[in-house]
Design a protein around this ligand. Structure first.
Ligand SMILES: Cc1cc2nc3c(=O)[nH]c(=O)nc-3n(C[C@H](O)[C@H](O)[C@H](O)COP(=O)(O)OP(=O)(O)OC[C@H]3O[C@@H](n4cnc5c(N)ncnc54)[C@H](O)[C@@H]3O)c2cc1C
Length: 407
């Protein structure tokens, strides 16, 4: 039996999946999984979707089944914050002073929701959404007829808008971009999501900044840069997330907007790995450093880091993958397209049933399937292949995507 201790800091999906892989791969030493939240690790995507709407319960969100941690002899320490990484002595220091020595350490501290630095941001009725408790409290407030202003038109803003509308709220979405999801999908596909939300009766106040949240004690409205005031009983701030880098920075790890790792998810310190939202990892196929806040990355990088903690020396080379559900419009996105030349569509976007490809030169940098299923593996293969692809072939529904990857 191994006498080694592997410590995982961060009780989110990446941390829970890393612990699972350590046991699956036969590691029989001590595994300690430390999480600041007062509940076991869970999946966050439902928090803005079916869990928020009350259509799924807590049973649907846990990262592991009840009893799993005990059954696999994983020491799960919930409600426990790690205050310091003492790398010179290979220990983590808990809030309260307890020190736990490690042979290998995984950092998976995730992100926190960004706050808005504007007047009124602390009024009652102004909400962020990151944790299961945030989602519980928001669900309770989303009663029929309640006036909700959502600040931000990214994924969280759009999904909360959809869920709020589905619960009978009056919804206004306010954001500086001209179309929803512009920063992640660009104006071409963002325009389609504008139609999705407009068709469901969401009031869209786009292309305007937010100057202040108004109210005295409780929120009454949101004042935008064009001078309008949007009446609100509830405000949801969905302006992005910030990776939690404080431990890594204080310990002197190399950090630049994320914890820098090689393609094995090794940080700049020996025996210290990073995974999930915080990891800014070299990507052997995409030829870039990649940090994304995606469920799929937490799900896959946790296990990948665990294997490398066990000395397997495997590169992490999965193509980034993301999904979202808004009303009856479901999508999957694979790839990485911070810059692109044009978008090529297959199918008619106005039917909300189509594929989109973000092109760089003659290569597919990213692709997305909207209400079309069982094609995302082919999209990932296309991105991974870096094959030269003809726009016409991408547009033509009779050309099998699978064949294009080898072109
Ligand atoms: C509402 C919502 C909806 C989402 N929907 C989607 C979606 O549809 N599709 C998608 O791809 N992605 C989605 N995401 C993003 C996805 O959930 C994240 O990318 C994923 O949760 C990242 O996992 P993680 O394990 O890296 O970090 P987290 O899930 O953030 O977990 C990190 C954990 O570490 C803990 N921690 C931090 N610091 C310390 C410390 N010092 N000591 C102890 N514990 C610490 C935190 O409290 C947290 O519990 C969504 C996120 C949210 C919030």
């Amino acid at each position: 039996m191994s006498t080694q201790t592997f410590v995982i800091v961060g009780g989110g999906l990446a941390g829970a999946k890393a612990a699972e892989t350590l046991r699956e791969e036969g590691f029989d030493g001590r595994v300690v999984l430390i999480g600041e939240e007062d509940v076991a690790p869970y999946e966050r995507p439902p928090l803005s979707k079916d869990y928020l709407r009350g259509e799924a319960g807590r049973d649907a969100i846990w990262a592991q089944e009840e009893g799993w941690y005990d059954a696999h002899d994983v020491e799960l320490r919930v409600g426990t914050k790690v205050n310091e990484l003492a790398l010179s002595s290979s220990e983590v220091v808990l809030d309260g002073g307890e020190r736990i020595g490690f042979d290998q350490l995984l950092l998976a501290t995730g992100s926190s929701a960004k706050r808005l630095p504007i007047p009124g941001a602390d009024l009652d009725g102004v909400r962020l959404l990151r944790t299961v408790h945030d989602s519980d409290a928001l669900r309770e407030a989303l009663t029929p007829g309640v006036r909700v202003v959502i600040i931000g038109a990214g994924w969280i803003g759009c999904e909360v808008a959809a869920s709020a509308k589905q619960r009978g709220a009056e919804v206004t979405m306010v954001a500086p971009e001209d179309v929803p999801l512009e920063r992640v999908l660009g104006p071409e596909v963002g325009a389609i999501y504008r139609e999705v939300h407009a068709s469901k009766g969401v009031e869209l106040a786009l292309g305007v900044g937010v100057d202040a949240i108004e109210g005295s004690g409780s929120v009454t409205g949101v004042r935008t840069s064009d001078g309008s005031v949007h009446a609100a009983d509830l405000v949801v701030v969905g302006v992005g997330a910030a990776p939690r880098l404080e431990l890594a920075e204080a310990a002197g790890l190399k950090v630049d907007g994320g914890v820098l790792t090689d393609d094995r998810l090794r940080t700049s310190a020996p025996n210290v790995f990073a995974a999930g939202d915080i990891a800014d990892a070299e990507h052997p196929i995409l030829g870039d450093r990649i940090r994304v806040e995606h469920w799929g990355t937490a799900l896959e990088q946790g296990p990948a880091a665990a294997r490398n903690m066990l000395g397997q020396d495997l590169a992490y080379e999965r193509i980034p993958y993301f999904f979202s559900d808004q009303y009856e419009v479901g999508m999957e996105y694979a790839g990485y397209a911070p810059a692109y030349d044009r978008v090529v569509f297959r199918g008619d976007p106005s039917t909300f049933e189509f594929l989109a490809f973000w092109m760089r030169g003659d290569r597919v940098a990213a692709g997305m399937n909207v209400n079309v299923w069982d094609v995302n593996d082919d999209i990932q293969a296309l991105v991974r292949s870096r094959a030269s692809v003809d726009d016409e072939a991408l547009r033509d529904p009779d050309v099998a995507l699978g064949g294009l990857a080898v072109a």
